[in-house]
Design a protein around this ligand. Sequence first.
Ligand SMILES: [Zn+2]
Ligand SMILES: [Zn+2]
Length: 200
Amino acid sequence: MYDGLTGLYTFACPVRGEVRLPLSAFRVLERLPGASHPAVFKVTFSCACGNEHEGLVAHDDLDWAPLAGSETAFLNLMTSKLEAAADELLELAAAHIRAGEWPWSFFCYPEERPRPVFPSSFRALAAGGERLGLAVECPSCSRTSVNLVTHRHVDVPFYNDAKVDVVEHIFPGDRQTTVEAFRAQLDSGAFDARRRDLAA
Ligand SMILES: [Zn+2]
Ligand SMILES: [Zn+2]
C-alpha cells in the first residue's frame, strides 16, 4: 500500500489499473466505523486519469509507514551486512518526536496555536496552484481548521512550512458538513486566509 522508497501510496484505478500517489493527492479521508485493529480509512483520491476514486488505507499505513521509510534492506557499511532500515528509521522518528519535532503540524484556528498532528486527522485536501487547502480535525479540541500549505508540508514527514495561511472560519461541528462546506468554499475561491507562524 505505502512504498517507503518513493513515498507513494498504491491504489486501484478502473482506467489505468494501478496508480501510485503521494498523500497530497488524497481529497477526503473518512474513518470507517467498526474496524479498529487497525482502524481503516476510506480515502477519496485525485487520480492521474483525471477522476476521483475511493480506496482503503489502514491507520498504520497512514500515520506510521511514512516514518518507517523503505521496507527494502540496505547495506550497513559498519557491519557489511544487509539490514532492514524500517526499525532504525522508526527509532529515529521517535527520537525526533521526543525532542519536540513533529512529522506533521498545522495551525489550529479556534485555539490560535500550532499543533502536532498525524495524517489520520486530515479530513479533506483541495488542490490549489502551488499550495493545497488542508482541513484538519484538531486532535486536541476536535474542531476543524483549514491551512493553505505546500505539497511538501503534506508529503514529507518532518518537513513543516515555517508559515502557513490560516482560513479564518469556524467550520460547523459535524464532519460531513465540514468536508462539504470546505470543498464548496474552496471551489468558490471565497477563503479569507491570514498568515501565521507554524515554527515554534
Ligand atoms: Zn483513475
Ligand atoms: Zn485545536
